[in-house]
Design a protein around this ligand. Structure first.
Ligand code: PLP
Length: 817
């Protein structure tokens, strides 16, 4: 309950907004119009707190973290915002009185999908936690005109549709033209010697105006409102006669095009580097604007830029924002007149880097030609950083040219962003314990040996405000009934639930809530997929980006195997199971898209086979995104976290499932390791190779899947069904590429690089255990409740407190209203 919230005023504002914005009375308004009106009314409620928060930061002259990220996967704002101002009940009542259903109104809002998957959602969870904990923070990113594409499934294939998320406007954003900043690309550098000092002047460049839009990030019940600042690009001086006369007509057109294209669309690649020039432009665009603004703001209050790091810390979310380093150096050298050593001292005390993956295809390596052409002054600075770094390597390892080769920032015609990020950051962190250990001992071993003090772990987390309080209101209320509401801002309190885990009545209540949530999801599936699913079946869920290392393929191959068993033995004793998938594939990732088609083809056959009595169902949920994710987690019994060990840096959906009482079926990878440590190995279903085993095989040239193919009849049968038209009679060759990827009949790459066949039997065995375990209702309910009660570690509040303690060193601020 929000004591300051005035229902009558709020109601009047909503009605007035509908009139002023749409010239309609409230009873004539469409749900979309009511959404707009309510969102603006909520903005009215928080605007004073937003102002007060920034006044307080100014007054305290508080150190601020800038969380620099190409991606913020925010999802919808309205529902979360009214929860965080503690006025959900009141807003619901107002809407009831006006004849509208809050859930329907919330559904009008498009997701703000300015991200691909885990990395972008992590940034969003961090912003929620930073505001709730009262830490001064900005998220800095790009206001993509089109976010993550909408996924349609047509004839079983993924079709990408542009995500026109701004088409009805964004009621929560505020344009801040007063902070517009110029960002320059291309041209050349002229060196001018003035008073014995070299000046570096960029000439013949093209530039765009970066214009920020601010979005409020509301802390839970604490009057704090932080800011997510996303940058739009505008042409610098649109057509004027001047430039026309001077013959700069061509340049004016080009600058206009640059401004239009730069923020046009989010690249839909997850964990994959594509090396596109426009992508580097996007990176430098939002980084230059953010860094310039941070320096300017600092200088409004402070004399000596050499103390910049006392007030500012830049957290680089993966290597995408690594140009922060040379851009800050440029400003300090060329505009602030610091010496190299002074500038370097400031930069290396300000920047910290988070590593999100060890997979080589994800590492950003820009060709020198491209990099130096687009960012000529920045490239000069990178060269100098590299030159000095190599000197450092050589003085540490005299005569060891191998080390230089392996660690140089510029080598073999490429700029290696991760190496620059490590060389210039005071902190390098991994995102789960296992991942950080692999970084230190394998992937970044040379860097760890040279500068061990930089390396640290920050196991990821998620916000319980969105993924339990908002996404699963029935369970949230039940938890609060049992143990009070401290868990909302202090998740470890949820451990108090453990004493109810073995209580029969509590188990019944818990399972009934799960059942209600399964009915809610079944309705969604019926509406959106036209498939009937039985809420009494086990909901076995894998939702995440489609990627070979995440092994959705292993999951669907196992479904095929189960189906074969059912066909052979129609009386087979099994608990009805609904396999639920949700995943977007990068638009250019052929094999991932073919896997989606395979899932849908298998679903078609199985769901229409009357002989199996509905004991097996397969559903592919279209357009997986934050808003439907909330429904899915709440309804899951089994959480599939089956990546090849060592490949998933952390995973965060594993935590969201746990929070909602699903049991993990997974490998010892990423944060699964820590989940199992918290809940106990006997409350999860763990299978498969360890990361050590995987790494050992990889270092020895892989393994031979043909042996498995030749010796395991069940597996062979499933694989043959990929190429005999069993699931694609019209086109028996359709899935040939998937078959080849597992057995490598022709291609030159190694076969089954993700060890699907190698792990298959132990995966099938784990599924059998799930089937047996689910029959023991009491055990299952107890285990589900224990999962909820042991998920305290996985709140992003804990992660943020660790970043603050070890890296950012911020102080909490209180906002009195
Ligand atoms: C949490 C989340 C992810 C990350 O899922 P993983 O299974 O950890 O890869 C991706 N997309 C959405 C919409 C999410 O909410």
């Amino acid at each position: 309950m929000n004591k300051g919230f005035d229902k009558a005023t709020f109601k009047r504002t909503v009605v007035d907004n509908v009139k002023n914005m749409f010239r309609r009375t409230i009873d004539e308004a469409t749900p979309q119009q009511v959404f707009q009106a309510v969102a603006y009314a909520v903005k009215d409620v928080i605007i004073d707190e937003w102002i007060a928060t920034h006044k307080e930061y100014e007054k305290k002259d508080a150190k601020t973290v800038y969380y620099l990220s190409m991606e913020f996967l925010m999802g919808r704002a309205l529902g979360n915002n009214i929860i965080n101002i503690c006025a959900r009940e009141e807003v619901k009542e107002v809407l009831d009185e006006l004849g509208f259903d809050l859930n329907v109104i919330e559904d009008q809002e498009p997701d703000a999908a300015l991200g691909n998957g885990g990395l972008g959602r992590l940034a969003a969870c961090f912003l929620d936690s930073l505001a709730t904990l009262g830490y001064p923070a900005y998220g800095c990113g790009i206001r993509y005109r089109y976010g993550m594409f909408k996924q349609k499934i047509e004839n079983g294939f993924q079709v990408e549709v542009p995500d026109d998320w701004l088409k009805d406007g964004n009621p929560f954003e505020i344009r801040r033209p007063e902070y517009a900043t110029e960002v320059k690309f291309g041209g050349y550098v002229r060196i001018e010697n003035r008073d014995g000092r070299n000046r570096f002047i960029q000439e013949g460049y093209q530039s765009v105006m970066a214009v920020p839009y601010d979005l409020p990030v509301i802390g839970y019940g604490n009057n704090v409102v932080n800011t997510l600042r996303i940058w739009d690009a505008q042409p610098i001086n649109t057509f004027n006669l001047d430039s026309f006369d001077r013959g700069d007509y061509q340049k004016a057109v080009e600058q206009e095009n640059l401004a239009k294209t730069i923020v046009e669309v989010l690249y839909p690649n997850d964990n994959h580097y594509a090396g596109k020039e426009l992508r580097l432009k996007q990176q430098y665009f939002f980084i230059s604007a953010s860094v310039q603004r941070a320096v300017k703001k600092y200088k409004e209050k402070h004399e000596d830029i050499r103390n910049f790091s006392d007030k500012v810390v830049f957290q680089l979310n993966d290597t995408h924002p690594t140009v922060t380093i040379p851009e800050l150096m440029r400003i300090l050298l060329d505009e602030e007149g610091l010496t190299w050593d002074e500038a370097w001292a400031v930069t290396t005390r300000t920047c910290a880097y988070t590593n999100h993956t060890i997979m080589s295809e994800a590492l950003e390596k820009w060709p020198i030609e491209l990099f130096s052409r687009l960012l000529p002054r920045i490239y000069q600075i990178v060269e100098e950083i590299n030159r000095r770094f190599i000197e450092q390597i050589q003085s540490r390892y005299p005569g060891n040219y191998e080390k230089v080769k392996k660690m140089a920032i510029i080598y073999d015609g490429q700029v290696k962003m991760a190496y620059m990020a490590i060389a210039a950051s005071f902190s390098v962190n991994g995102v789960a314990r296992l991942h950080t250990e692999i970084l230190k001992n394998e992937e970044l071993k040379d860097f760890y040996q040279m500068m061990p003090e930089k390396f640290n772990n920050k196991t990821n987390g998620i916000t319980q405000r969105r993924f339990l309080l908002h996404g699963n209101p029935l369970l949230a209320d039940w938890v609060t009934d049992k143990i009070g509401d401290e868990w909302i801002t202090d998740l470890p309190h949820i451990e108090k639930l453990a004493i109810y885990a073995s209580d029969y009545k509590c188990q019944q209540e818990f399972m009934n809530i799960k059942y209600q949530n399964k009915i809610r999801l079944a309705k969604y599936i019926k509406e959106h997929n036209g498939v009937d699913v039985d809420p009494r079946s086990i909901f076995d869920v894998q939702v995440k980006r489609l990627h070979e290392y995440k092994r959705q393929l292993m999951n669907i191959l196992h479904v095929m195997y189960l189906y074969n068993q059912l066909k052979d033995n129609p009386n087979m004793d099994m608990v009805p199971r609904t396999f639920i998938f949700g995943a977007k594939a990068a638009a250019g990732y052929k094999r991932a898209k073919l896997t989606i088609k395979l899932i849908n083809s298998v679903a078609d056959v199985i769901n229409n086979d009357k002989t199996i009595n509905g004991r097996l169902k397969v559903v592919f949920i279209e357009d997986y995104r934050v808003s439907n994710a909330e429904l899915i987690f709440a309804a899951a019994d089994v959480s599939e976290q089956i990546s090849t060990a060592s490949k998933e840096a952390s995973g965060t959906s594993n935590m969201k499932f746990m929070l909602n009482g699903a049991l993990t079926l997974g490998t010892m990878d990423g944060a699964n390791v820590e989940i199992v440590e918290e809940v106990g190995a006997d409350r999860a279903f763990i299978f498969g190779m360890s990361s050590d085993e995987v790494i050992r095989y990889e270092n020895n040239g892989g393994y031979n899947p043909m042996e498995i193919f030749n010796n395991d009849q069940d597996i062979r049968r499933v694989l043959m069904q990929l190429i005999n038209g069993y699931f694609s009679p019209q086109d028996p060759e359709l899935f040939r590429d998937i078959y080849n990827s597992l057995l490598n009949t022709k291609s030159s790459d190694r076969a089954d690089t993700y060890f699907i066949l190698k792990d298959f039997r132990s995966y099938a065995e784990a599924h059998k255990k799930v089937d047996r375990a689910y029959r023991d209702e009491a055990w299952w309910a107890e285990s589900a409740i224990l999962n909820v009660s042991h998920c305290g570690k996985f709140t992003s509040d804990r992660t943020i407190e660790e970043y603050v303690r070890d890296i950012w060193h911020l102080s909490k601020v209180q906002v009195e209203m």
